[in-house]
Ligand binder design. Structure first.
Ligand code: SF4
Ligand code: SF4
Length: 295
């Protein structure tokens, strides 16, 4: 009775791929006998835009929302950080489920909007653009499939407000697909790179502080107007995070850098590294000297 793990389903079963013109028979409304059954046992992956909408809805920073109401996981075992909605303490139900339905309906996550359709973002090794296909998830407990309404997947997506959600998660999906298509040649990313991906994708308030820091301006050369927009507008922050990650992870140079400052910082870092190494060597030598005199 779980919602599918959209947008990157991990089921080993290969679904029948459908396009937007495919017509499904489905309707969910309060009159169905299974009302709220799907929200009683959740497995919901969140997109960065879902996190942003939910955090703002609950009047929390993204850091607070992530810490209190999500669990991290590894997306597709490719070393890509993902987050899932945490169910109620000690249970499997969604904490936003109320007898009337969803208490955060206008900000519900992408996976809830799609159900019972699953979005499958794909990219072939030899293609540079991603493609979307869909699948229908038919779980026995969901009686919405027995309702008499027929609707195309395109119209269902519009009804559920998905064009906006998908457009705003596009940059993130492309990052994930690109990482997946790089495969094992690129290897498993370091813990630090995973943490940075997590911060830039999901913890946008922390990413914003990073962009506002002196250290960032010392290295990156953003026009002042653009920087102001990035710092003041949530969606602009998020889109910039995706752009910045493309540069950091894949070397796509889309954010200008101050060449002199980059060199200065490199030199400073090298100097600091050799100072630390020198200090460690001196400490070891002192310990060696003092170590032999006890017995
Ligand atoms: S967020 Fe709303 S629609 Fe989604 S599982 Fe929770 S209660 Fe159900
Ligand atoms: S019809 Fe399906 S989606 Fe609607 S409440 Fe029932 S189980 Fe959930």
């Amino acid at each position: 009775m779980s919602r599918p793990d959209i947008p990157f389903p991990q089921s080993p079963v290969v679904p029948t791929l459908l396009d937007e013109s495919h017509v499904i028979r489905f309707q969910c409304h309060r009159g169905v006998k299974c009302w709220n059954a799907c929200c009683s046992n959740i497995d919901i992956s969140l997109t960065p835009y879902d996190v942003l909408r939910l955090a703002r809805r609950l009047d929390l920073s993204t850091s607070e929302f992530l810490a209190r109401f999500t669990v991290p996981y590894e997306l597709e075992k490719d070393g890509i950080a993902g987050v899932k909605l945490k169910p109620v303490d000690g249970g499997t139900a969604c904490r936003y489920m109320v007898p009337e339905g969803c208490s955060i309906y206008s900000d519900r996550p992408t996976a809830c909007r799609y159900y019972p359709v699953a979005l499958l973002s794909m990219r072939k090794q030899d293609e540079s653009v991603d493609r979307q296909a869909y699948a229908l998830v038919e779980e026995p407990h969901c009686l919405g499939h027995r309702e008499p309404r027929e609707i195309s997947i395109a119209d269902y997506r519009k009804e559920q407000g998905l064009p906006e959600y998908d457009e705003l998660a596009r940059g993130w999906r492309q990052l994930v697909l690109k990482k997946k298509s790089c495969g094992p040649t690129v290897g498993k990313p370091s813990k630090r790179s995973l943490e940075f991906f997590f911060m830039a994708c999901y913890d946008l308030d922390r990413f914003r502080s990073f962009v506002a820091s002196d250290g960032f301006s010392e290295v990156y050369d953003l026009p002042p107007d653009e920087l102001t927009t990035i710092l003041e507008d949530d969606v602009a922050t998020m889109q910039f995070a995706f752009r910045f990650l493309r540069q950091v992870l894949f070397g796509e140079m889309s954010v200008a850098m101050h060449a002199d400052n980059v060199e200065r910082r490199r030199a400073r870092a090298a100097e600091q590294r050799s100072r630390l190494e020198r200090e460690a060597a001196e400490r070891l030598a002192r310990e060696e000297e003092g170590g032999g005199g006890i017995d």
